[in-house]
Write a protein that binds this ligand. Sequence first.
Ligand SMILES: Nc1ncnc2c1ncn2[C@@H]1O[C@H](COP(=O)(O)OP(=O)(O)O)[C@@H](O)[C@H]1O
Ligand SMILES: [Mg+2]
Length: 351
Amino acid sequence: MSIILEARELTTQLVTRSGLVTAVDHVNLRIEEGRALALVGESGSGKSMTCASLLRVLPPNGRVVGGQVLFKGEDLLAMTPRALRAVRGRRIGMVLQDAMTSLNPLMTVGDQIAEVFRYHHGIRDRAELRRRAIEALEAVQIPAAAQRLDSYPFQFSGGMRQRVSIAINIACSPELLFCDEPTTALDVTVQLQILNLLRDLQRERRMTIVFVTHDLRLASQFCDDVAIMYAGRIVERGPIGEVFHRPVHPYTEGLLRAAPSLGAPRERLSTIPGTPPSPLALPPGCRFAPRCPQASAQCTEAYPDWFSWDQGRRAVACWRTAERLGVEEVAADGAVPPPLPPRVAVPEVTS
Ligand SMILES: Nc1ncnc2c1ncn2[C@@H]1O[C@H](COP(=O)(O)OP(=O)(O)O)[C@@H](O)[C@H]1O
Ligand SMILES: [Mg+2]
């Protein structure tokens, strides 16, 4: 197993009218090559800012104030802007929630794809650029690709526009693709089509994917690993089957219990009482402690250590980890705890 991207203690602050917000707070992430990682959390938990920090595409009021980001061992945060531009778009792609904001409304789709090949591969020959653009649209299964090259983004449906955005981002066969809520704006059927497309592309091209979502069922359907975010921090991570089968962090457990099943009749869901803390007034201990049914005095006093096992594949930031696992103590990078019965079952996504 090799790690393609690793964030260590990544911390990002944003200047806002009400004060300084730490949107990404000592985030530790490990993305294994060839796998799909789901970055899951409620709206406002810092998922987008984490991705923007990793790729250094923060808004002007944002700044990475600490930590490291290693892409195949190279520190992205220390790279010159020029070196970084060569990595972004070519070796790392990023598909955003609304393709309308990432596409240029004044350029034809064909010209926008051609631009990628011109910029990153130095191709100048017009016939060659056209041929490459058609191939790129065909790769994302846009019908009659040759005819659609001269269309503008507004002439495409939402789903087709997202395919165009994917085509642009994978044109250079990146090793790593970030997809930040790529289907949230789309209806359910189109959502599943796009995700199936991404999954097929990932397998064909052996890409690594980071899939940002607030939807646990989509995550469980399409991803291998998961990292759960709460109020700017990663609280639990590991192989998605294991984490969803037996969540250790009470927040993960609460999220799973609150996940509705897609396509099934509306059922009564439990919700986590309370709301996430304001980023301007974070509690001193565990961010989740004020809402946690299992919080002890220690939880409200100090932020929990990062307990990890199974060579770091599984990790949780919760003072009650050992107790929740039913073991005496969790030794750092220690043995795998014994298998335990599931706490909750995640419903399957059906289409
Ligand atoms: N451009 C911005 N300026 C100031 N604060 C922002 C900006 N974008 C996001 N934030 C704040 O940063 C925090 C994390 O936001 P974000 O990463 O967008 O969350 P998510 O993607 O998980 O919904 C939130 O508190 C949000 O209000
Ligand atoms: Mg977001």
